[in-house]
Design a binder for this molecule. Sequence first.
Ligand code: ADP
Ligand code: ZN
Length: 718
Amino acid sequence: MSTLISFDDQHTGKKPQEVLKAYFGYDSFRPMQEEIIELVIDNKDALVIMPTGGGKSICYQIPALVKKGIGIIISPLISLMRDQVEGLKQNGIAAAYINSSQTSHEQQKIERACAYGDIKLLYVSPEKLATDWFLSFLRTLEINLFAIDEAHCISFWGHDFRPEYKQLGLLKNKFPNIPVIALTATADKLTRKDIVEQLNIQTAKQFISSFDRPNLQLMVQPGRDRLGQIVQYLKSHQTESGIIYCLSRKSTESLAQKLRDKGYKAAHYHAKLPPKKRAAVQDAFLRDDLQIVCATIAFGMGIDKSNVRFVLHYNLPKNIESYYQEIGRAGRDGLSSDAILFYTYADVNTHRTIIEDEASDIKNVKITKLLRLQQFAETNTCRRKVLLNYFGEKLDQNCGSCDVCQNPRKTFDGTIIAQKVMSAVARCREKAAMGTIVYVLRGRVNNQIVAQGFNKIKTFGKGKDFKEQEWFDFITQLLNLGYLEIAYDQHNALKLTEHSRKVLFEGEKVKLVQPVDRQAAVPKIRKKTKKEMFEDGLFERLRVLRKQIAIAVELAPYQIFNDKTLRAMTQTLPINEKEFIEISGVGVHKLTEYGQAFIEAIINFVAEEGGKIKGGTKIVTYHYHLQGLKPEIIADRRQVTLSTIYNHFAGLLTRGIEIDVSEIIPAEEYQDIANMIKKHGLDSKLRDLYAALGEQYDYGIIQLVLNWLQLEHDKTVK
Ligand code: ADP
Ligand code: ZN
């Protein structure tokens, strides 16, 4: 691999926008990025709150690059540091990290490189940073900024407090003139306040971006036959990576086993696995060797993998913050990704029991948070609205993509249904749990029902008009409407409430929502168009190439190019360097390293497919040309006229592909036409040239020579 360019002289003073394209391959900034970058370049402090995948890193990487000196980034996790540094190196940026995973020899080497000015971005752990020795080392460097990643770790109020972060307040005291930029995806006010206070950056400008992640499709499914539903889902996502979150370690193991039995590459991950095994699972997942990780919440922090296409919740998370954080690991590359939550009442109870058993003085807060998530799961309005609302943001329109928007709920008069349920609850002496009530309504028996004599009550079997699943749904709604309660301390028995009496005895009407058909709720697999099938085929081809390269250079595939960049290639079919660098996500370094291989793969694929895609036929001609075939032979092979082939070449020339025309067409013909063009001028009309040449050449060949001479001319002018 080529050596990293030593930068200082190369990009210092360059415009942020230029650096964005040259090194990161992107054409424009996302909202707020540019303003943050300008501010930090101007030596001011900033607090940046953006959701995962929002693009925080660029906010400090670009200022560090365009300013003289070195940027110091404090990051809590070794795996995260390594990932970031690898990613930067892939973009041709001189970055390094120092942490406890290295030998002192390795550390010294990096320190020396910093001293020589060979490093632009240095990642360091908070505990390393705060040592006296390291601080005095820092004094010898020309530091242009301090970036504090995952800044919420400093706050006791955040969800991931790390004591080592406490010491970071000293930075502003010891280096008062160097800007500090703190970044996190944790939004709440208290944490925010804590961060600026503890870091001594009270005057920092705060940037809080929207928490909406429009590319995530939010779905909640009833948690029955979860395995069946998951397998169904995976059938249409055979090659895509995903995480399935489970509540218990045991269920991660059993689910992964079941998926393996069905032929999927799945593994489990939880905190009790030996560190080696954990690292192996994480690594295999990052490298696309493992498709699915069934994990507890222990998995995810520090996973930068951009092509996670789905996050499924086998169990309900404990609150909306956790849910949001976990689904946030999907779709970091901005491509459409799924977040499916399987919801059961049983999970609500499990969480409740866990919380009740804790010796915590914030039990009530925890219960309330759990209930908010439950409301989200049961909502009959746009889920994205509910989610953003929780984070204090208002979405004016329904998102149109969540399951509720896709299947708008219909309400109907459910009074009789409510009465049947309530009567069953009453006649079971308020001693039966939800499952038993459903059995009773449907007229099913089990030992308990017989023992209690519930099969003798009047309501037994009076609910055969609805399926079991529908009864579960109705009862859940009645619970949420306050018409029933669950006595958690009495084996979850259903109880009547004040409100139920009104329905039973005072004629109050109950409005219910039509249960959604589970099959209908799962998005239908649409038949793909020819164009989509072509693109999918090419995407697979490019994925394989990416994987081969990744193995060769010992990186994760997404660090070569992310899925979004590959997708863009399948849509625009770049066939030369000029077109290749236009692709979002391709910078100069990646163009040099990988451009040729990807261009070749694209050309070959188009040729194999017979060019049956818009713009494809010229590429096929080009493919034959690259194999050294003469135009006549190409015309023969492709069963088209020679003139058509000349036309293709003319088109390729205007795309900036240099094909020496004087070499591919007969010498006399070339001379003849070229002389005439030179005589009449490069801007002459095709028709006039045709006439001047005595109508003995066809338009195709004249156009081709004309284009070639124009191109040659433009080159000499430049
Ligand atoms: P965060 O740290 O906020 O979770 P990252 O900094 O890792 O997010 O960025 C997420 C993804 O978005 C990365 O793949 C990054 O390269 C990409 N990205 C960042 N800024 C832009 C931009 N202006 N245009 C296109 N992609 C961007
Ligand atoms: Zn919606």
